[in-house]
Design a protein around this ligand. Structure first.
Ligand code: F6P
Length: 561
C-alpha cells in the first residue's frame, strides 16, 4: 500500500489543549445521555436553551448538551481566541494569511458611521460609492429607462458567473421572489455545459436582455466561455446589433479592471469590489447586482441592514448568548466529539430552497482544510459535509436515514412562520410538519410505545412482533430550530450573516484560514492540461492508466458528436 503522500512533521496542538481535553473527558460521561432525560430533568429547558434576535428565534434545546457541555464549549472558544480574532476581522487585519488579505465582507454592510481601514485607507467611501452606482443602475433598469440597442427596455437579466459569483445572488433572488419586480425575469448561467446557456438563450431576445458577467478574478474559464457565447449570440442574434451596442447589454462585476477591458466591456459599465471580499462572501457587494435589480435597491439595502444587525450581535454579545458562536460550538461538539461527518440544512420555506447549495460553498470551501493556519497537520476533523434540501420534500425522500439510519446527523431546521403565500391552511401544514420532525428526531419511539401502537392498530400478534424492531426509533438526533417571523430582506440578511459568522468561529477553533481555497487549484491546472490534449489530439502529459483510458474514450466519442 502506498503511504500517505502528505507528511507534515508538525501537528496542530489543538487536541492536547486544556479546553479540548476537558471536553473529551466530559464527552465520555455524557455521550449516552438521551435528550428525553434532559427534557424530563429540566422543565425550563426550552427557555434555558433558546434565544431571540429581532424576529428570529433560535431553539437549541434539542441538542445533546448540558449546562456543563455548553460551558466547556465556550471555554474552548475562548481558549481559541474567538473574541480576539473576531475583532481583528472587523477592523481589517489581514487574517487571510496565505493571501495576505483582510476579510471585510462586513464592511460591505457596515451601516454605521464607523470607518473601516485597509492599509490605512478608509474603505467605506469606496463601498458607499459602489452602492450608489448600483442604485442608479438598478433604478434605471427597473424603471424601464435602460434602453437596449433596438430602443426597447430590458426585461431579462442574465447573471453569468459561478461559485460565489452565482450562488449568493441566485439564492437571494429566489429567497426574495415576493419582492421582485413583476416584469423583470432573472436567470443564472453557471455551468460551462453548453446546454445551460443554450436552453436559456432560446427563450430570450437580444434586444431586451442584459448580461451581467460576474467574476471576482475575471479569469474563470467557465464564466468567460459562457460570456463569449452570450456575446456571440447577441451579435449574431437580431442582425442589427454591433460591437458598439455591447455596452447597452453587457455589464461586468469584478475586481479586475484589466481583464474586464480585455473582454470588451467598457469599464464605465463595470461594478467593482475588492480583494478583501472573498468570492463566497461577496453577495453583499456588487456581485449582488442581479439581486439588487430584481428586488430593488431599497430591499437590497434592507438585506445589508439585517446582516449588519447580526454583525453587531456577533461583535457585542457575550459568547454564552451569541447565536453564531452557539451554533458553531454545537457543530464542533458533534463533529469532533461524536464524530458526526455531516450536517443537514433543512429549510421549511420554498423560497429558501437554494440555501443548502449556497451554504455548501460557504462552509465547505471555507473550512474544508486539513492544514492549520501555521501549516501544521490538523489531527482532528474540520469542516463537516454540509447538505440539505427543502425540508418538507426531504421528509418524503431522505429523512428515513435521519430517523433510523446508523449515523448521527445534526440538523438545522429553518422556518418562516408567516408565508408569503395566501393559503393559511398550507402554512399550518408546513408548521406542523416542521414541529413534528424535530420532536420525532429528539424523542424517537421506544419499544413499549411502538408495541402499544401496533396493538391499537389491531395488528396480529406474530406480525406485530416481526414488525416491532423496524418501527422503533432511537431518537436522540440533535436539531436546531431557527424560526423567523417572515422571510423579509432584513431577516434573510441576518440569517446569512449568522451562518457566515458560524463558519468563522469554527475556522478559528480549528485554527484554519477560512478565507483561502487552494484546494480548488489542482483540478483547474489539470483541466487546462487535459484541455490542451483534447484540442490538439496529442498526448502532452503523463497520466495514470484510468485518466488516460477515459481521455481516449472522450476523444473517440467527441469526434463522433
Ligand atoms: O474555483 C473556486 C472559486 O475561486 C470560488 O472561490 C469562487 O467563488 C469561484 O471560483 C468563482 O470565481 P470568480 O468570481 O473569480 O469567477
Amino acid at each position: 500500500m502506498r503511504p500517505d503522500r502528505v507528511i507534515l512533521n508538525a501537528k496542530s496542538p489543538l487536541i492536547n489543549t486544556p479546553a479540548w481535553m476537558a471536553l473529551k473527558t466530559h464527552f465520555e460521561r455524557v455521550k449516552k445521555v438521551h435528550m428525553v432525560e434532559l427534557f424530563e430533568q429540566d422543565p425550563e429547558r426550552f427557555s434555558n436553551y433558546s434565544l431571540q434576535f429581532n424576529d428570529m428565534l433560535l431553539d437549541y434545546s434539542k441538542n445533546r448538551v448540558t449546562d456543563e457541555t455548553m460551558q466547556l464549549l465556550f471555554d474552548l472558544a475562548k481558549q481559541a481566541g474567538v473574541e480576539e480574532w473576531r475583532d481583528k476581522m472587523f477592523v481589517g487585519d489581514k487574517i487571510n494569511n496565505t493571501e495576505g488579505r483582510a476579510v471585510l465582507h462586513t464592511a460591505l454592510r457596515n451601516r454605521s458611521e464607523k470607518p473601516v481601514f485597509v492599509d490605512d485607507e478608509n474603505v467605506m467611501p469606496l463601498v458607499d460609492a459602489e452602492l450608489e452606482k448600483m442604485k442608479v443602475f438598478s433604478d434605471t433598469v427597473r424603471n424601464g429607462d435602460w434602453i437596449g440597442y433596438a430602443g426597447l427596455p430590458i426585461t431579462n437579466i442574465v447573471n453569468i458567473g459561478i461559485g460565489g459569483s452565482d450562488l449568493g445572488p441566485n439564492m437571494v433572488c429566489r429567497a426574495l421572489e415576493p419582492y421582485a419586480h413583476r416584469s423583470l425575469r432573472v436567470h443564472f448561467v453557471s455551468n460551462v455545459d453548453a446546454s445551460h446557456i443554450e436552453q436559456l438563450l432560446r427563450r430570450l431576445r437580444p434586444e431586451t436582455t442584459l448580461f451581467i458577467v460576474a467574476s471576482k478574478t475575471f479569469t474563470t474559464q467557465e464564466t468567460l466561455t459562457n460570456a463569449e457565447t452570450a456575446k456571440q449570440w447577441f451579435l449574431d442574434g437580431a442582425g442589427r446589433a454591433t460591437e458598439d451596442d455591447i455596452s447597452k447589454h453587457f455589464v461586468a462585476v469584478s475586481t479586475n479592471e484589466e481583464k474586464v477591458k480585455a473582454f470588451g466591456i467598457d469599464t464605465k459599465n463595470m461594478f467593482r469590489f475588492w480583494d478583501w471580499v472573498g468570492g463566497r462572501y461577496s453577495l453583499w457587494s456588487s456581485v449582488g447586482l442581479a439581486s439588487a435589480i430584481y428586488v430593488g435597491m431599497d430591499n437590497f439595502i434592507e438585506l445589508l441592514e439585517g446582516a449588519h444587525e447580526m454583525d453587531q450581535h456577533f461583535q457585542e454579545t457575550p459568547l454564552e448568548e451569541n447565536i453564531p458562536v452557539i451554533l458553531a460550538m454545537l457543530g464542533v461538539w458533534y463533529g469532533n466529539f461524536f464524530d458526526a461527518e455531516s450536517s443537514a440544512v433543512l429549510p421549511y420555506d420554498h423560497n429558501l430552497r437554494m440555501l443548502p447549495a449556497y451554504l455548501e460553498q460557504a462552509d465547505m470551501e471555507s473550512n474544508g482544510k486539513s492544514v492549520d493556519r501555521e501549516g501544521r497537520q490538523a489531527t482532528y476533523s474540520t469542516g463537516k459535509i454540509i447538505w440539505g434540501a427543502e425540508g418538507i420534500n426531504g421528509q418524503h425522500a431522505f429523512y428515513q436515514l435521519l430517523h433510523q439510519g446508523t449515523r448521527l446527523i445534526p440538523t438545522d431546521f429553518i422556518a418562516s412562520v408567516q408565508s408569503h403565500g395566501n393559503h393559511d391552511n398550507h402554512s399550518q401544514i408546513l408548521a406542523s410538519n416542521f414541529l413534528a420532525q424535530t420532536e420525532a428526531l429528539m424523542k424517537g419511539r421506544d419499544i413499549e410505545e411502538t408495541r402499544q401502537q401496533l396493538a391499537d392498530a389491531n395488528i396480529e400478534l406474530h406480525k406485530a412482533e416481526n414488525r416491532l424492531p423496524h418501527m422503533i426509533f432511537g431518537g436522540n438526533q440533535p436539531s436546531n430550530s431557527i424560526v423567523i417571523k417572515k422571510l423579509t430582506p432584513r431577516a434573510l440578511g441576518s440569517l446569512l450573516a449568522m451562518y457566515e459568522h458560524k463558519i468563522f468561529v469554527q475556522g478559528i477553533v480549528w485554527n484554519l484560514n477560512s478565507y483561502d481555497q487552494w484546494g480548488v487549484e489542482l483540478g483547474k491546472k489539470l483541466a487546462n492540461d487535459i484541455l490542451d490534449e483534447l484540442e490538439s489530439d496529442e498526448d502532452l502529459f503523463e497520466h495514470d492508466s484510468s485518466t488516460k483510458g477515459l481521455l481516449d474514450w472522450f476523444r473517440d466519442n467527441l469526434k463522433e458528436s
